[in-house]
Design a protein around this ligand. Structure first.
Ligand SMILES: C[S@@+](CC[C@H](N)C(=O)[O-])C[C@H]1O[C@@H](n2cnc3c(N)ncnc32)[C@H](O)[C@@H]1O
Length: 222
């Protein structure tokens, strides 16, 4: 099936080394939660995050929320014509059932993902809606085994959404960065069959996600 991976996504719990930072402790206290069980969030933990590894790619769960909503609310997803995978910056992979309803409210999304990190799966009536497991990007790609893996980046070969969609088939995997700034790591770039740019500027990830999915959807349903 056609797959979309949000790679190196900015979605993780507060790491061990930051859990005692005053900004994290006071935010967790406000939420009434344990510091190591809340999502790392740049808007609250800015002081704690200064200088950490991969700083630019971390602490933006709100951006990942947008891309997940764009992907899971469209006919392509609801009619079981695509799989979405969120690969996180700390090498975990979230899988989504095609009947999952992701909360639109960020506050509820945050609670759901924190629960997922703790319990490893979210079920309803014995149906697994979300699951998470330790998995690197290359392990994920091996498990999908696509015919081609297309990375999207400003540093790729120039194309349009329409042309790109015409190259996609049901065994293709498209990869969009789930981070705010910076570029894919070398190890991820190496696994791309092709890298395309869909404009000279750096767009928000969710904008790129929604446009490419819509163009591909048209080739399937119209
Ligand atoms: C906020 S951007 C990250 C910025 C990164 N500097 C870049 O230009 O690719 C998030 C993701 O959106 C996608 N993206 C943004 N602008 C793009 C463009 N002009 N062409 C292709 N992909 C783009 C890429 O997959 C990128 O990793």
């Amino acid at each position: 099936m056609f797959s979309l991976i949000l790679a190196e996504s900015s979605l993780e719990l507060v790491p061990q080394e930051l859990k005692n930072h005053p900004s994290v402790i006071s935010h967790a206290r406000k939420l009434g939660k344990v510091p190591s069980k809340i999502l790392l969030d740049n808007s609250w933990h800015f002081a704690a995050m200064k200088g950490i590894t991969n700083e630019l790619k971390r602490g933006r769960p709100d951006l990942v929320h947008f891309s997940i909503l764009e992907s899971t609310t469209i006919p392509l997803f609801l009619k079981n014509k695509m799989n979405l995978y969120v690969h996180t910056i700390d090498d975990k992979v979230i899988r989504f059932s095609n009947d999952v309803h992701i909360p639109k409210s960020y506050h509820r999304f945050q609670g759901l993902i924190e629960k997922l990190f703790q319990e490893k799966k979210i079920t309803s009536n014995n149906n697994e809606l979300l699951s998470i497991k330790e998995q690197s990007f290359s392990e994920l790609l091996n498990s999908i085994n696509p015919s081609q893996t297309i990375g999207l980046s400003t540093v790729g070969m120039s194309t349009s959404y329409e042309k790109l969609a015409s190259e996609i088939d049901q065994d293709t995997c498209v990869v969009v960065g789930g981070f705010q700034k910076s570029h894919f790591s070398e190890s991820i770039t190496k696994s791309f069959s092709k890298i395309y740019s869909v404009g000279n500027e750096s767009f928000e990830g969710h904008t790129v996600v929604s446009r490419i999915l819509y163009e591909y959807e048209k080739t399937i349903f119209m």
